[in-house]
Design a protein around this ligand. Structure first.
Ligand code: ZN
Ligand code: ZN
Length: 452
Protein backbone atom coordinates (compact mmCIF):
# COMPACT_ATOMS: atom_id res chain seq x y z
CA UNK A 1 0.00 0.00 0.00
CA UNK A 2 1.64 3.33 -0.99
CA UNK A 3 1.28 6.44 1.16
CA UNK A 4 -1.47 8.06 -0.86
CA UNK A 5 -3.58 4.94 -0.86
CA UNK A 6 -3.04 4.47 2.83
CA UNK A 7 -4.17 8.05 3.54
CA UNK A 8 -7.32 7.60 1.50
CA UNK A 9 -8.06 4.36 3.24
CA UNK A 10 -7.55 5.98 6.63
CA UNK A 11 -10.01 8.73 5.80
CA UNK A 12 -12.60 6.17 4.81
CA UNK A 13 -12.13 3.93 7.83
CA UNK A 14 -11.78 6.12 10.87
CA UNK A 15 -13.72 3.62 12.97
CA UNK A 16 -11.29 0.83 12.18
CA UNK A 17 -8.26 2.98 12.92
CA UNK A 18 -9.88 4.22 16.13
CA UNK A 19 -10.49 0.70 17.33
CA UNK A 20 -6.89 -0.21 16.58
CA UNK A 21 -5.50 2.74 18.49
CA UNK A 22 -7.76 2.06 21.43
CA UNK A 23 -6.42 -1.48 21.50
CA UNK A 24 -2.85 -0.17 21.44
CA UNK A 25 -3.59 2.24 24.25
CA UNK A 26 -4.72 -0.76 26.28
CA UNK A 27 -1.32 -2.35 25.83
CA UNK A 28 -1.90 -5.07 23.26
CA UNK A 29 1.56 -6.58 22.79
CA UNK A 30 3.41 -6.39 19.50
CA UNK A 31 2.86 -2.71 18.62
CA UNK A 32 4.37 0.46 19.98
CA UNK A 33 2.51 3.73 19.66
CA UNK A 34 -0.01 4.15 16.82
CA UNK A 35 2.54 6.30 14.96
CA UNK A 36 5.21 3.61 15.22
CA UNK A 37 2.75 0.99 14.06
CA UNK A 38 1.79 3.14 11.07
CA UNK A 39 5.44 3.73 10.24
CA UNK A 40 6.07 0.01 10.40
CA UNK A 41 3.22 -0.57 7.97
CA UNK A 42 1.29 -2.55 10.51
CA UNK A 43 -1.65 -0.23 11.01
CA UNK A 44 -4.05 -2.59 9.30
CA UNK A 45 -2.63 -5.84 10.56
CA UNK A 46 -4.79 -7.74 13.02
CA UNK A 47 -5.18 -5.97 16.37
CA UNK A 48 -3.49 -8.91 18.05
CA UNK A 49 -0.35 -10.12 16.21
CA UNK A 50 -0.47 -13.59 14.64
CA UNK A 51 0.44 -16.31 17.07
CA UNK A 52 -0.78 -14.44 20.12
CA UNK A 53 -2.74 -16.99 22.14
CA UNK A 54 -5.30 -14.42 23.29
CA UNK A 55 -6.76 -13.89 19.82
CA UNK A 56 -9.43 -16.63 19.87
CA UNK A 57 -10.53 -15.64 23.34
CA UNK A 58 -10.77 -11.96 22.44
CA UNK A 59 -12.63 -12.69 19.23
CA UNK A 60 -15.02 -15.05 20.98
CA UNK A 61 -15.75 -12.55 23.75
CA UNK A 62 -16.29 -9.68 21.32
CA UNK A 63 -18.56 -11.75 19.12
CA UNK A 64 -20.72 -12.92 21.98
CA UNK A 65 -20.83 -9.42 23.37
CA UNK A 66 -22.07 -7.95 20.11
CA UNK A 67 -24.22 -10.67 18.55
CA UNK A 68 -26.33 -13.52 19.71
CA UNK A 69 -25.09 -16.65 18.05
CA UNK A 70 -27.68 -19.46 18.22
CA UNK A 71 -27.72 -21.27 20.53
CA UNK A 72 -25.88 -20.10 23.65
CA UNK A 73 -26.29 -21.97 26.93
CA UNK A 74 -28.14 -20.12 29.69
CA UNK A 75 -26.99 -19.71 33.29
CA UNK A 76 -29.28 -21.35 35.85
CA UNK A 77 -30.91 -18.07 36.82
CA UNK A 78 -30.96 -16.51 33.35
CA UNK A 79 -33.87 -15.58 31.09
CA UNK A 80 -33.53 -15.10 27.33
CA UNK A 81 -36.21 -13.23 25.40
CA UNK A 82 -36.04 -13.55 21.60
CA UNK A 83 -38.20 -11.50 19.24
CA UNK A 84 -39.38 -13.71 16.39
CA UNK A 85 -41.96 -11.32 14.96
CA UNK A 86 -42.45 -7.65 15.73
CA UNK A 87 -45.04 -6.28 13.30
CA UNK A 88 -48.57 -7.24 12.36
CA UNK A 89 -48.62 -7.01 8.58
CA UNK A 90 -45.72 -9.40 7.88
CA UNK A 91 -42.82 -8.21 5.77
CA UNK A 92 -39.33 -9.54 5.02
CA UNK A 93 -37.65 -7.82 7.97
CA UNK A 94 -40.54 -8.08 10.41
CA UNK A 95 -42.88 -11.06 10.66
CA UNK A 96 -46.13 -10.78 12.61
CA UNK A 97 -45.97 -11.06 16.38
CA UNK A 98 -44.13 -13.69 18.42
CA UNK A 99 -41.90 -13.64 21.49
CA UNK A 100 -39.90 -16.69 22.59
CA UNK A 101 -38.82 -16.91 26.24
CA UNK A 102 -36.35 -19.48 27.56
CA UNK A 103 -35.26 -19.91 31.17
CA UNK A 104 -32.11 -21.36 32.72
CA UNK A 105 -33.93 -24.40 34.11
CA UNK A 106 -34.61 -25.56 30.54
CA UNK A 107 -38.23 -24.66 29.82
CA UNK A 108 -39.24 -22.59 26.82
CA UNK A 109 -42.44 -20.70 26.06
CA UNK A 110 -43.90 -19.22 22.88
CA UNK A 111 -46.03 -16.09 23.18
CA UNK A 112 -48.16 -15.65 20.05
CA UNK A 113 -47.20 -17.09 16.67
CA UNK A 114 -48.25 -14.80 13.83
CA UNK A 115 -47.65 -15.04 10.10
CA UNK A 116 -44.06 -15.63 9.05
CA UNK A 117 -42.65 -16.17 12.53
CA UNK A 118 -41.74 -19.85 12.07
CA UNK A 119 -39.01 -18.81 9.63
CA UNK A 120 -37.42 -16.74 12.41
CA UNK A 121 -37.58 -19.63 14.90
CA UNK A 122 -35.84 -21.76 12.30
CA UNK A 123 -33.15 -19.15 11.66
CA UNK A 124 -32.52 -18.88 15.39
CA UNK A 125 -32.08 -22.61 15.84
CA UNK A 126 -35.28 -23.41 17.71
CA UNK A 127 -36.63 -26.87 16.81
CA UNK A 128 -40.40 -27.43 16.83
CA UNK A 129 -39.96 -29.74 19.82
CA UNK A 130 -39.07 -26.68 21.91
CA UNK A 131 -42.29 -24.92 20.88
CA UNK A 132 -44.69 -27.10 22.81
CA UNK A 133 -46.23 -24.53 25.16
CA UNK A 134 -47.94 -21.69 23.30
CA UNK A 135 -49.53 -18.71 25.04
CA UNK A 136 -51.89 -16.81 22.79
CA UNK A 137 -52.86 -13.27 23.77
CA UNK A 138 -55.84 -13.17 21.39
CA UNK A 139 -57.06 -14.84 18.25
CA UNK A 140 -56.22 -12.24 15.62
CA UNK A 141 -54.42 -13.87 12.70
CA UNK A 142 -51.22 -11.87 13.24
CA UNK A 143 -50.93 -13.68 16.61
CA UNK A 144 -51.94 -17.24 15.71
CA UNK A 145 -51.60 -17.92 11.97
CA UNK A 146 -48.41 -20.01 12.13
CA UNK A 147 -50.01 -22.42 14.62
CA UNK A 148 -51.32 -24.33 11.60
CA UNK A 149 -47.84 -25.09 10.28
CA UNK A 150 -46.40 -25.74 13.75
CA UNK A 151 -49.21 -28.18 14.52
CA UNK A 152 -49.00 -29.99 11.17
CA UNK A 153 -45.21 -30.27 10.97
CA UNK A 154 -44.51 -30.82 14.68
CA UNK A 155 -44.89 -34.63 14.65
CA UNK A 156 -42.71 -35.17 11.54
CA UNK A 157 -40.10 -33.06 13.39
CA UNK A 158 -40.13 -35.30 16.46
CA UNK A 159 -42.89 -33.79 18.62
CA UNK A 160 -44.73 -36.97 19.56
CA UNK A 161 -46.63 -35.50 22.51
CA UNK A 162 -49.49 -32.97 22.33
CA UNK A 163 -49.20 -29.30 21.48
CA UNK A 164 -50.40 -27.21 24.44
CA UNK A 165 -52.24 -24.00 23.59
CA UNK A 166 -53.05 -21.59 26.42
CA UNK A 167 -55.42 -18.72 25.79
CA UNK A 168 -58.48 -16.71 26.69
CA UNK A 169 -62.14 -17.66 26.62
CA UNK A 170 -64.54 -16.07 24.18
CA UNK A 171 -66.16 -12.74 25.03
CA UNK A 172 -68.76 -12.27 27.73
CA UNK A 173 -70.50 -9.13 26.60
CA UNK A 174 -73.18 -7.71 28.87
CA UNK A 175 -74.72 -11.07 29.70
CA UNK A 176 -74.11 -12.83 26.36
CA UNK A 177 -71.41 -15.55 26.24
CA UNK A 178 -69.62 -16.22 22.95
CA UNK A 179 -68.12 -19.62 23.71
CA UNK A 180 -67.44 -20.44 20.05
CA UNK A 181 -64.86 -17.65 19.93
CA UNK A 182 -62.49 -18.85 22.66
CA UNK A 183 -59.23 -20.79 22.59
CA UNK A 184 -60.89 -24.18 23.05
CA UNK A 185 -63.21 -23.69 20.05
CA UNK A 186 -60.25 -22.42 18.04
CA UNK A 187 -58.21 -25.56 18.82
CA UNK A 188 -61.14 -27.84 17.90
CA UNK A 189 -61.47 -26.01 14.59
CA UNK A 190 -57.70 -26.19 13.97
CA UNK A 191 -57.78 -29.94 14.60
CA UNK A 192 -60.70 -30.39 12.21
CA UNK A 193 -59.18 -28.16 9.55
CA UNK A 194 -55.94 -30.18 9.51
CA UNK A 195 -57.56 -33.62 9.05
CA UNK A 196 -56.08 -34.32 5.61
CA UNK A 197 -52.60 -33.23 6.67
CA UNK A 198 -52.79 -35.33 9.85
CA UNK A 199 -53.83 -38.49 8.01
CA UNK A 200 -51.36 -37.92 5.20
CA UNK A 201 -48.42 -37.68 7.61
CA UNK A 202 -49.49 -40.73 9.59
CA UNK A 203 -47.16 -42.96 7.58
CA UNK A 204 -44.71 -41.84 10.33
CA UNK A 205 -44.96 -42.78 14.02
CA UNK A 206 -46.50 -39.74 15.73
CA UNK A 207 -47.44 -41.05 19.20
CA UNK A 208 -45.54 -42.21 22.28
CA UNK A 209 -46.45 -45.62 23.73
CA UNK A 210 -48.03 -45.48 27.20
CA UNK A 211 -45.76 -46.59 30.04
CA UNK A 212 -46.44 -47.21 33.73
CA UNK A 213 -44.89 -43.83 34.56
CA UNK A 214 -46.79 -42.10 31.78
CA UNK A 215 -49.95 -44.12 31.08
CA UNK A 216 -51.59 -41.44 28.91
CA UNK A 217 -48.95 -39.51 26.97
CA UNK A 218 -51.30 -38.30 24.23
CA UNK A 219 -50.27 -38.15 20.60
CA UNK A 220 -48.25 -35.69 18.54
CA UNK A 221 -51.37 -34.73 16.63
CA UNK A 222 -53.38 -34.01 19.78
CA UNK A 223 -53.97 -30.44 20.85
CA UNK A 224 -54.55 -29.66 24.50
CA UNK A 225 -56.39 -26.36 24.93
CA UNK A 226 -55.89 -24.59 28.26
CA UNK A 227 -58.64 -21.98 28.14
CA UNK A 228 -59.11 -19.49 30.96
CA UNK A 229 -61.54 -16.66 31.66
CA UNK A 230 -60.10 -13.60 29.96
CA UNK A 231 -61.46 -11.41 32.76
CA UNK A 232 -59.52 -13.20 35.52
CA UNK A 233 -56.59 -11.43 37.16
CA UNK A 234 -54.42 -11.60 40.25
CA UNK A 235 -54.25 -14.83 42.25
CA UNK A 236 -57.03 -16.37 40.09
CA UNK A 237 -55.17 -15.93 36.87
CA UNK A 238 -52.41 -18.54 36.66
CA UNK A 239 -52.09 -19.79 33.06
CA UNK A 240 -49.11 -22.06 33.78
CA UNK A 241 -46.98 -23.04 36.75
CA UNK A 242 -44.12 -25.45 37.37
CA UNK A 243 -41.34 -25.61 39.97
CA UNK A 244 -39.51 -22.65 38.42
CA UNK A 245 -41.88 -20.63 36.27
CA UNK A 246 -45.23 -18.95 36.84
CA UNK A 247 -47.17 -17.38 33.98
CA UNK A 248 -50.15 -15.23 34.92
CA UNK A 249 -52.53 -13.24 32.77
CA UNK A 250 -54.69 -10.14 33.04
CA UNK A 251 -57.21 -8.55 30.67
CA UNK A 252 -56.28 -6.39 27.71
CA UNK A 253 -58.57 -3.96 25.84
CA UNK A 254 -58.41 -4.71 22.14
CA UNK A 255 -61.21 -4.56 19.54
CA UNK A 256 -63.48 -7.05 21.25
CA UNK A 257 -63.43 -8.64 24.67
CA UNK A 258 -61.23 -11.74 24.85
CA UNK A 259 -57.65 -10.40 24.73
CA UNK A 260 -55.10 -10.75 27.51
CA UNK A 261 -51.57 -9.82 28.54
CA UNK A 262 -49.12 -12.28 30.13
CA UNK A 263 -46.53 -12.02 32.89
CA UNK A 264 -43.75 -14.62 33.24
CA UNK A 265 -41.88 -14.89 36.54
CA UNK A 266 -38.68 -16.87 37.09
CA UNK A 267 -36.26 -16.70 40.03
CA UNK A 268 -37.38 -13.23 41.13
CA UNK A 269 -37.36 -11.77 37.61
CA UNK A 270 -40.35 -10.90 35.46
CA UNK A 271 -41.26 -10.19 31.85
CA UNK A 272 -44.63 -8.79 30.75
CA UNK A 273 -45.94 -9.13 27.20
CA UNK A 274 -48.91 -6.86 26.59
CA UNK A 275 -50.18 -8.47 23.39
CA UNK A 276 -52.47 -6.00 21.61
CA UNK A 277 -54.16 -3.45 23.83
CA UNK A 278 -55.16 0.10 24.34
CA UNK A 279 -53.58 1.63 27.43
CA UNK A 280 -55.38 0.23 30.49
CA UNK A 281 -55.11 0.42 34.27
CA UNK A 282 -54.49 -3.35 34.34
CA UNK A 283 -51.12 -2.93 32.70
CA UNK A 284 -49.46 -0.75 35.38
CA UNK A 285 -51.26 -2.71 38.10
CA UNK A 286 -49.41 -5.89 37.11
CA UNK A 287 -46.29 -4.46 35.49
CA UNK A 288 -44.98 -1.90 37.97
CA UNK A 289 -41.26 -2.49 38.39
CA UNK A 290 -40.99 -5.54 36.09
CA UNK A 291 -37.64 -6.30 34.53
CA UNK A 292 -38.77 -6.24 30.91
CA UNK A 293 -42.05 -4.72 29.73
CA UNK A 294 -42.81 -5.61 26.11
CA UNK A 295 -45.68 -3.43 24.97
CA UNK A 296 -47.31 -2.79 21.64
CA UNK A 297 -47.17 0.66 20.06
CA UNK A 298 -48.98 2.13 17.05
CA UNK A 299 -47.52 4.81 14.80
CA UNK A 300 -49.80 7.77 14.16
CA UNK A 301 -52.78 7.35 11.79
CA UNK A 302 -51.24 10.12 9.64
CA UNK A 303 -48.06 8.04 9.25
CA UNK A 304 -50.10 5.06 8.08
CA UNK A 305 -52.07 7.04 5.52
CA UNK A 306 -48.92 8.63 4.14
CA UNK A 307 -47.15 5.28 3.73
CA UNK A 308 -50.06 3.10 2.63
CA UNK A 309 -51.84 5.52 0.31
CA UNK A 310 -49.34 8.27 -0.49
CA UNK A 311 -51.92 10.80 0.61
CA UNK A 312 -51.16 14.00 2.51
CA UNK A 313 -53.28 16.73 4.13
CA UNK A 314 -55.18 18.55 1.37
CA UNK A 315 -55.14 15.59 -1.07
CA UNK A 316 -58.40 14.12 -2.32
CA UNK A 317 -59.24 11.10 -0.22
CA UNK A 318 -56.91 11.98 2.63
CA UNK A 319 -59.63 12.59 5.18
CA UNK A 320 -61.49 9.38 4.24
CA UNK A 321 -58.35 7.29 4.60
CA UNK A 322 -57.35 9.05 7.80
CA UNK A 323 -60.76 8.40 9.33
CA UNK A 324 -60.34 4.65 8.73
CA UNK A 325 -56.85 4.62 10.18
CA UNK A 326 -57.96 6.61 13.23
CA UNK A 327 -60.80 4.14 13.76
CA UNK A 328 -58.31 1.25 13.88
CA UNK A 329 -56.19 2.99 16.47
CA UNK A 330 -59.15 4.15 18.54
CA UNK A 331 -60.52 0.59 18.74
CA UNK A 332 -57.36 -1.36 19.09
CA UNK A 333 -53.99 0.07 19.91
CA UNK A 334 -51.68 2.22 22.03
CA UNK A 335 -50.45 5.46 20.45
CA UNK A 336 -46.90 6.68 20.97
CA UNK A 337 -47.91 9.09 23.74
CA UNK A 338 -49.89 6.37 25.53
CA UNK A 339 -46.95 3.98 25.26
CA UNK A 340 -44.70 6.57 26.92
CA UNK A 341 -47.22 7.13 29.70
CA UNK A 342 -47.55 3.40 30.38
CA UNK A 343 -43.76 3.04 30.58
CA UNK A 344 -43.52 6.05 32.91
CA UNK A 345 -46.07 4.46 35.24
CA UNK A 346 -44.45 1.00 35.17
CA UNK A 347 -40.77 2.00 35.32
CA UNK A 348 -39.43 -1.31 33.98
CA UNK A 349 -35.69 -2.08 33.92
CA UNK A 350 -36.19 -2.14 30.14
CA UNK A 351 -39.22 -1.06 28.12
CA UNK A 352 -39.65 -2.60 24.66
CA UNK A 353 -41.72 -1.33 21.74
CA UNK A 354 -43.18 -4.08 19.57
CA UNK A 355 -46.01 -4.72 17.06
CA UNK A 356 -44.72 -1.65 15.28
CA UNK A 357 -43.29 -1.00 11.83
CA UNK A 358 -39.64 -0.03 12.16
CA UNK A 359 -38.76 2.47 9.43
CA UNK A 360 -36.06 5.10 9.43
CA UNK A 361 -38.41 7.98 8.72
CA UNK A 362 -40.82 6.94 11.49
CA UNK A 363 -38.26 6.20 14.16
CA UNK A 364 -37.27 9.70 15.30
CA UNK A 365 -40.78 11.26 15.34
CA UNK A 366 -42.11 8.25 17.25
CA UNK A 367 -39.27 8.29 19.77
CA UNK A 368 -39.72 12.05 20.23
CA UNK A 369 -43.35 11.44 21.16
CA UNK A 370 -42.46 8.61 23.57
CA UNK A 371 -39.61 10.56 25.15
CA UNK A 372 -41.90 13.45 26.07
CA UNK A 373 -43.54 10.99 28.48
CA UNK A 374 -40.79 8.58 29.47
CA UNK A 375 -37.03 8.88 29.81
CA UNK A 376 -36.13 5.39 31.06
CA UNK A 377 -34.39 2.48 29.35
CA UNK A 378 -36.03 1.67 26.05
CA UNK A 379 -35.61 -0.61 23.03
CA UNK A 380 -37.53 -0.86 19.76
CA UNK A 381 -37.86 -4.55 18.91
CA UNK A 382 -37.16 -5.87 15.45
CA UNK A 383 -36.98 -9.53 14.47
CA UNK A 384 -33.88 -11.18 15.85
CA UNK A 385 -33.44 -8.91 18.86
CA UNK A 386 -32.39 -10.91 21.92
CA UNK A 387 -32.48 -9.81 25.55
CA UNK A 388 -30.70 -11.67 28.35
CA UNK A 389 -31.37 -10.95 31.99
CA UNK A 390 -29.98 -12.26 35.26
CA UNK A 391 -30.57 -11.07 38.83
CA UNK A 392 -28.28 -8.20 39.80
CA UNK A 393 -26.74 -7.84 36.33
CA UNK A 394 -27.27 -5.34 33.54
CA UNK A 395 -29.76 -6.39 30.91
CA UNK A 396 -27.96 -7.45 27.74
CA UNK A 397 -29.47 -6.54 24.39
CA UNK A 398 -28.14 -7.91 21.09
CA UNK A 399 -29.16 -8.91 17.59
CA UNK A 400 -29.05 -12.54 16.58
CA UNK A 401 -27.25 -13.93 13.60
CA UNK A 402 -30.00 -15.35 11.37
CA UNK A 403 -28.94 -17.33 8.30
CA UNK A 404 -31.25 -16.94 5.30
CA UNK A 405 -30.97 -20.60 4.41
CA UNK A 406 -31.27 -22.26 7.81
CA UNK A 407 -32.38 -25.88 7.88
CA UNK A 408 -35.21 -27.00 10.12
CA UNK A 409 -33.69 -28.71 13.13
CA UNK A 410 -34.99 -32.14 13.97
CA UNK A 411 -33.90 -34.40 16.78
CA UNK A 412 -35.60 -37.80 17.11
CA UNK A 413 -35.73 -38.25 20.88
CA UNK A 414 -37.41 -41.65 20.98
CA UNK A 415 -36.45 -45.05 19.61
CA UNK A 416 -38.97 -46.98 17.53
CA UNK A 417 -39.88 -49.32 20.41
CA UNK A 418 -40.91 -46.28 22.49
CA UNK A 419 -43.31 -45.17 19.75
CA UNK A 420 -46.67 -46.47 18.60
CA UNK A 421 -46.39 -47.92 15.11
CA UNK A 422 -47.32 -45.65 12.23
CA UNK A 423 -51.01 -45.72 11.32
CA UNK A 424 -50.36 -46.38 7.62
CA UNK A 425 -47.74 -48.99 6.82
CA UNK A 426 -45.62 -48.89 3.68
CA UNK A 427 -45.22 -46.21 1.09
CA UNK A 428 -48.48 -46.88 -0.76
CA UNK A 429 -50.94 -47.57 2.07
CA UNK A 430 -52.83 -44.36 1.39
CA UNK A 431 -52.94 -44.66 -2.43
CA UNK A 432 -55.97 -46.00 -4.28
CA UNK A 433 -55.81 -48.43 -7.20
CA UNK A 434 -56.61 -45.44 -9.38
CA UNK A 435 -53.39 -43.65 -8.34
CA UNK A 436 -51.28 -46.80 -8.24
CA UNK A 437 -52.09 -47.50 -11.89
CA UNK A 438 -50.29 -44.25 -12.71
CA UNK A 439 -47.01 -45.10 -10.98
CA UNK A 440 -44.92 -47.35 -13.26
CA UNK A 441 -43.43 -50.42 -11.56
CA UNK A 442 -39.79 -49.27 -11.70
CA UNK A 443 -40.71 -45.91 -10.14
CA UNK A 444 -42.42 -47.67 -7.25
CA UNK A 445 -38.99 -48.93 -6.14
CA UNK A 446 -37.74 -45.43 -5.45
CA UNK A 447 -35.98 -44.11 -3.39
CA UNK A 448 -34.41 -47.44 -2.34
CA UNK A 449 -32.24 -47.70 -5.46
CA UNK A 450 -32.26 -44.06 -6.47
CA UNK A 451 -28.52 -44.19 -7.09
CA UNK A 452 -28.74 -46.86 -9.76
ZN1 ZN B 1 -51.85 -7.66 16.40
ZN1 ZN C 1 -54.94 -7.85 17.48
Amino acid sequence: MDDLTRKQFLAASGATAGALWAANAMGVPGFGSPDQAMAAGKAFDPVVPPGDPTLPQIADKLMHNNWYIPVEPLAEDEIRVSFMGTAFVPRIAQAANSVFIEVGSGQSFVFDLGMGTLTKYQAMGVPYTRMQHLFITHLHADHMSDLTALYCFGPPHGRVTPMHVYGPSGPKLNGAVYDKEGTEAFCEALYAMCAWHREAFSFLPTDLKPTTENPNPGGGYDIVAHEFDYRAEGADAIAYQDDDVTITHFPAAHDRDGSVSYKLEFKGQSVVFSGDTKPTTWLPKYSKGVDVLIHEMALTPQTWVEHQSDLYPGDDGYSTNLAGSMEVQANSHTPEKGFGQIMAKCEPRLGVITHCHFNQDCFIPAMDAVRKQYDGPLAWAIDGMVINLRPGQDIKQRMSLMPDFAWDLMIAQYSSDELEPAKYKGPFAQYSDYTMEHIPAEWKKWPADNAE
